[in-house]
Design a protein around this ligand. Structure first.
Ligand SMILES: CSCCC(=O)/C(O)=C/O
Length: 189
């Protein structure tokens, strides 16, 4: 099965609404940089695998060592100092991301989905009742999967994320509210 994989930056720079901003069916990604063979994955140009034995992450109730512990770890709210780029090769699960107003947004992922989270965005991951997912982990920098918990939110990555995404979204939201209130006031005159 071949899908087209878009570089994460092109998704992030779209500035789309939060519900479609950070996740996209890989086949719907707007800027195609390579053909990606999911049966024999090779890293696209500019991306790299982590250690050879960690390039594909499988979480399976029957096959994964310390399964419960790993699942629990991914469900702890955290962020990374790098983009989180995951192509789902098989199985399914859910990503929860913090919206700009701190509410959780939940996305279901299945085979062929590409998820791209910017550095500094708090999120968590969980499996569904099938308890199985296989994902390809992609990196644009030195491979690193360190999870930073909520208490460490003063990092450079977090500050950059807050400035680049949250403050901008908040400003847009406030402008929309002001326009709405002006329109409502005009209607009631
Ligand atoms: C299905 S990949 C496992 C989840 C993961 O890699 C991660 O970092 C979640 O935040």
């Amino acid at each position: 099965m071949c899908v087209s994989l878009s570089l994460s930056r092109s998704l992030v720079s779209l500035g789309l609404s939060p519900s479609i901003h950070w996740i996209s069916k890989a086949v719907m990604a707007p800027s195609f940089v390579c053909e990606f063979d999911m049966d024999s994955p090779q890293p696209p140009k500019g991306m790299d695998y982590s250690e050879p034995d960690q390039e594909i992450l499988t979480l399976s109730q029957h096959e994964t060592e310390n399964f419960e512990e790993k699942v629990k770890g991914f469900f702890q709210e955290h962020m990374h100092s790098q983009e989180e780029i995951r192509l789902i090769l098989d199985g399914s699960g859910y990503w929860d991301i913090r919206d700009y107003d701190e509410k959780w947004l939940r996305f279901r992922v299945t085979k062929g989905d590409l998820i791209v989270l910017p550095p500094g965005m708090f999120h968590r991951f969980t499996l569904d009742e099938a308890k199985y997912i296989k994902a390809l982990l992609l990196y644009t920098e030195v491979p690193c999967r360190t999870q930073h918990e909520r208490t460490e939110d003063e990092s450079t990555a977090r500050k950059l994320y807050v400035d680049t995404f949250l403050n901008k979204r908040m400003a847009i939201h406030e402008t929309q509210m002001a326009v709405h209130e002006t329109q409502m006031a005009a209607l009631t005159v």
